[in-house]
Structures are given as C-alpha cells and as structure tokens.
Design a protein around this ligand. Structure first.
Ligand code: ADP
Ligand code: MG
Length: 631
C-alpha cells in the first residue's frame, strides 16, 4: 500500500498546529464532537431539500467510547460520512474545510448552525493520540474507507468494511510521560466533564456508556457493575428557549448548574437580539458578593459560545469593570473566531454585543430600582461600591450611565436614597446637595459640622465609604445641583440672625485673638475663625479648597502616599461659653491661651476621627485643667 506524503509545508503546519494552536489539550474532544455534529447537520440539510429523505431525529447521535484495555477512545457519528475523495480532500489537505464549502453551497437554506470553517480542528486529535484512524461510509455509497495517520509523516487510505453510514474516529491515546498525563482521556468521569463543559449544547445526543452498579438479583448486600448508555449533553440550550416557557426556577437551576455562584441569582437577564449581530444571552445579578470578588484573583467575564460551542470561559471584553459582578453567557453565530476557535479574530461584533449588554444591564438595574426597591437596596449594599468606582474611573466617562444607580444613606430618611430622591425634594432655598463624610453613620450623626445644615432642615447624605467623595467629585453636580461637604468653607446658607454687619465688626474685634491662636498652632491650620455652622459644639475643623479632611485621610493611606494636605480651618463657636474663656485668657494669661488653643485643636481632630499629634501632651493638658479647676 503506497503511502501518500503531506507536502513539506503541510508537515510543518501540522506540527505547529498540534503543538501551538491550542492552549487546552482537552479541546480535541470539542473539535471531534463538533465535526460529528456538523456531519449530522449535513444530512439534516440534505433532507430539507430531498423529498425522498426523511430525517428521523432518533437515528442521529454521537457516541463517545473509551477502552482502557486497548487505550483507545472512539468518537462515532451517524452523520453524512466521507467518500474516498472527501477523505483525501478534507483530512489530507490541511486547512481545507469541507464544512465551510458545504455552508457556502447551502447558504440559501435556513439555519447556519454548522460549526466547522477552518479545516484544522480534526488534527487536534494528535495532541492526545499517536495514531488516528477514521472509518467512514458516505451517504448513498456502498463502499467504506479507512484513513489512518500517525501525524506528520503522512496518511494511508484503504477500503474497509462498515455497515452503516457515518464516521468512526479511533484515537490511540498516548502513553503517559513524566510531564504529561493522557490516561485521563480514558476516564468516563473526565470525558463526561469535558463534554459538559464544551459540548453541552450540541443539538444531537452525545451518548456514552457509563458503568453503574446495582444490587445483585436476589441479594441485599452484593453489588454488580453494569453498562448503561447515557446521553451526556443537555442539547437544547436554555437561552434558545422561549422566555415564556421558562420559570424563575429554570434560571436558578441554570445558575447553579453553571456554577456561576453558590448563592441564588437576585435577578436574571435574558436577551435575544436579531440584527447586525445576532446573539442570545442569559446573565445574572448575583445575590451576594463572591468570596473572591475584591481580590486580585477575581476575573470578570461572561462565557462566550459560538453556535452553542464554548469558545471562552471568561470573555472579559463583554463586561465593563463596574458591572464585573454580572455572571452569565453569550451565544452568537456571528463571531469571527481565530483558527483555534479559542479567541476572536475581530472584535467589532464583540464591541457591539458588549455595548448592547451594558445597556441591558443598566436598564435592568434601573427597573429593579424602580419596581423592586428593596431588592435593589440589597443589591446596592453588595455591589454599590463597584458602581461608585465606575463613576470615578476612566476620568468620569461612565458617570452618565451610573449616576442614577447610586444610593447614599440619608440623614432624613435614615436609609439609602438615590440622588434623584434627594434633588426632587430639595426646598427652593437650598442651593447644594449636602454630604458629610466619616467612618460610620453613628459618627457622622454626631459631627458638629452638620449642625447648621441640619437646623435648616436640609437633608444630608452620609458618606461612609472611602470612594464616596472621590466619586462625587467626579460627578461635580447632579441635575445641575452642586455637591457640597458640610465641612466646606461656603455652605451657601444665609445667616439667620441679621447680624452680619455686627459680625463683621466682631471679626475685626477678635482678629488679634485668632491671629494669636493661629500662631500657637504654628502652621497646622490655615486660619482660625468664628463658625457660622456650629450651634451647640464649641469647635470644629472645616476646609477651604478642594481637598477635604476625609480625602486627605484616604490619600494618606494610599501606597504611593501623595502628599496632599487639606487646608484646615479651626472654627470656634462664639456663642459657646468656651469662647469667653478664650477671650479672657487672651487678655490676662498667655499661658492659658496656649493651653486652651491646643486643647480645642486636639478636640477638633478627635471629632474628625483623626489622631491627636501628641497624646501624652494632650492628656497632660487635660489633667492640668482638672487640677486648676479644683484649686
Ligand atoms: P472544520 O471542521 O473546521 O472544517 P476539521 O479539520 O475539523 O475542520 O475537519 C475538516 C473536514 O473534514 C470537515 O470540514 C469535514 O468536511 C470533514 N470531516 C471531519 N470530521 C468528519 C466527520 N465526523 N464526518 C464527516 N466529515 C468530517
Ligand atoms: Mg472541525
């Protein structure tokens, strides 16, 4: 029997193919099953136009059969088979795809579900096999042929016996080496898992004989093993089903089966799009944060299928970072895959899909917020931080998409409110959207800086997460209302007691006192002044300029520690008794003024959640006061 030679370049190509195209060896099974499915599809298409032919679904299936004794794995199908010529053309010429040709010939027909196109997938079998044997009989032919190859050195074709139409591919599985395990491709459980992973939605049954055990007849403790044929794949993808046929439970089961999470989905999003790019997608908003969500290990992305065959496990380009919590899959027939079918060739379609998906997720969250507020709050407590990062990231370019989805704790409602809630109930004389920052709600509640705004009856948003102020800075305003920290210099609130003029005079009077205090604090504050916002508290810190104290704290804790300082102002409540003591000390006892000023400054730091600079000095100062007051 004459051996036919691959052409020289083909030899190299084949070697390259076998060793470098694929990143996962296990995909050989995906490739061979896809070919089998294509072969059955071809019969199905023929039957569409040939009135003599009937396509009885029950007769068409794929079989996967490991044989440990002979170290073979056989993949057979009842598809269209190959003639001798087709064997030569399709398996003897690398990068020639009979399936692509078939698709082109049958373009006018309904359904473009044929998977093959590059004419290389078949050779992936050599990643796991030393010898590949193909036994095939073409539809409408009486002759069967055997094709055999050990890889790069060529192939043989000879006539053989085969009863039924279809193809059988027999892989002689490689021996294990020190580095590589091949035995696993003979294990039932492993093969089943690979089929589930990549080929679950092949439209024809993939059958496998599996070993089960049962009680021996007439015995109540003796077991016997027996072989049983099972269909391993689910065949009809849930995303191709009609939405009206599916229940909440179906989606929840899919979520669990796919191992998207250990929790339950909070909400599912099912979309079918027909257009320039057609695709189906099922996505989920999880109920709780995955344990690794805020770690470097977390990988965002959706599963990407092409015609029901898994291409990528985590396609990250499909999701923006701020929606990285979304789980799910996309299936499209319009993707241009690269030759390994593990990646995409052009990302034009992908970009279109990604944009579309982003808008759907946004829309879904908006309707959740509108119609199921409590559920949305649950969601926001878990993933709101990610949305705020989204507002802040990329120089604020996503803020339009995200601002309506934000929520903050409200001083009035004592719960989360949206910016729209806030703005829509702002009284007319309120200029700004007020916020206060601090570690916890309880702490903010007690901040002296909130006194004036609260007294005016204005609502305050409480910022407890480090990202909050940064995100808000990026927004700058919402519905034309600017954001303003309650600690900022100008609160935009007119003083109630018409004593502005008198006050100005008083400022003048106290000028020397404040200058003296500022000197005592030697550079720690930009200014000491009379507070317009304090009501019952004696003292607080506020800031002039862009950087607030909260921001300074966060920036200081960052690894590269940018040396950004807030311009601090020490505000004194002139209606508080302490003020009289200060004046008194200023006139009579400079030592005392020194002591009081340092004490007040340190108190203001403590209220702000900042550390006092010299705790020992501070406690000594307090003791000194205690001693002098009892004298
Ligand atoms: P592709 O599937 O991308 O076309 P392959 O290398 O996987 O490339 O297969 C090459 C060709 O061999 C296919 O296009 C098809 O014509 C033929 N072929 C492969 N497997 C089978 C099979 N099981 N039954 C019939 N034809 C097959
Ligand atoms: Mg193929």
């Amino acid at each position: 029997m004459a051996k036919k030679q691959f052409k020289a370049e083909s030899k190299r190509l084949l070697e390259m193919m076998i060793n470098s195209i694929y990143t996962h060896r296990e995909i050989f099974l995906r490739e061979l099953i896809s070919n089998a499915s294509d072969a059955i599809d071809k019969i199905y298409y023929k039957a569409l136009t040939d009135e003599q032919m009937v396509f009885d679904k029950d007769n068409y299936y794929i079989q996967v059969k490991p044989d440990k004794t002979n170290r073979t794995l056989t993949i057979s199908d009842t598809g269209i088979g190959m003639s001798k010529e087709e064997l030569e053309n399709n398996l003897g010429v690398i990068a020639k795809s009979g399936s692509l040709a078939f698709k082109k010939e049958n373009e006018s027909k309904d359904g473009h579900e044929i998977i093959g196109q590059f004419g290389v997938g078949f050779y992936s079998a050599f990643m796991v096999a030393d010898v590949v044997t193909v036994i095939t009989k073409a539809l409408g032919s009486d002759e069967a042929y055997k094709w055999e190859s050990r890889g790069a050195d060529g192939y043989t074709i000879e006539p053989c016996e085969k009863e039924t139409v279809g193809t059988e591919i027999i892989l002689k599985i490689k021996e294990n080496t020190e580095d590589d395990q091949y035995d696993e491709y003979l294990e039932e459980y492993r093969l089943k898992a690979i089929i589930k992973k990549y080929s679950d939605f092949i439209r024809y049954p993939i059958r496998m004989e599996v070993t089960s055990s049962r009680l021996k007849e007439g015995s109540d403790n003796e077991f016997e093993e027996y072989q049983e044929e099972q269909t391993v794949n689910s065949m009809v993808p849930i995303w191709k089903k009609n939405k009206s046929e599916l229940t909440e439970e179906d989606y929840a089961n899919f979520y669990t089966e796919k191992r998207y999470g250990f929790d339950k989905p909070l909400k599912h999003i099912h979309i079918s799009v027909e257009g320039t790019v057609s695709y189906n997608a099922i996505m989920f908003i999880p109920e709780s944060i995955p344990y690794d969500y805020y770690t470097a290990e977390f990988e965002k992305g959706l599963e990407l299928y092409s015609n029901g065959v898994l291409i990528m496990n985590k396609c990250s380009d499909l999701l923006p970072d701020y929606f990285s919590f979304v789980k799910g899959m996309v299936d499209s027939e319009d993707l241009s895959l690269n030759i390994s079918r593990e990646m995409l060739q052009h990302d034009r379609q992908l970009k279109l899909i990604a944009k579309n998906i982003k808008n759907k997720i946004k829309g879904q969250l908006q309707s959740l917020l509108r119609d199921e507020r409590e559920k949305y709050e649950e969601f926001f407590k878990q993933f709101g931080r990610q949305l705020k990062y989204g507002v802040y990231s990329d120089y604020g370019s996503h803020k339009e998409d995200l601002q309506d989805l934000l929520m903050f704790y409200s001083s009035k409602e004592k719960k989360l409110v949206t910016l729209d809630d806030y703005v829509s109930r702002m009284p007319e004389d309120q200029k700004y959207i007020y916020y206060a920052s601090g570690e916890t709600i309880e702490r903010i509640e007690k901040l002296p800086q909130t006194e004036l705004v609260a007294e005016k009856g204005f609502e305050i948003l409480y910022f407890t997460e480090d990202i909050d102020e940064f995100a808000i800075r990026m927004l700058t305003n919402y519905k034309e209302k600017e954001f303003r920290s309650v600690s900022s210099g100008d609160l935009g609130i007119e003083s109630e007691d018409q004593t502005d003029n008198a006050e100005a005079g008083e400022e003048e009077d106290n000028k020397d006192l404040f200058e003296a205090m500022k000197d005592i604090l030697s550079g720690k504050v930009k200014e000491v002044r009379v507070s317009k916002r304090l009501r019952s508290h004696p003292v607080c810190l506020s800031t002039d300029g862009e950087v607030t104290i909260e921001m300074e704290k966060i920036l200081k804790s960052m690894p590269n520690n940018p040396n950004v300082q807030a311009e601090k102002v020490l505000e004194i409540n002139k209606n508080h008794e302490v003020f009289a003591s200060l004046k008194n000390a200023f006139e009579k006892d400079k030592e005392k003024l020194n002591l009081f000023t340092n004490l007040l400054y340190n108190q203001a730091l403590l209220i702000e959640g900042l550390a006092v600079e010299d705790p020992v000095q501070f406690t000594n100062d307090v003791c000194q006061i205690m001693v002098s007051s009892s004298q």
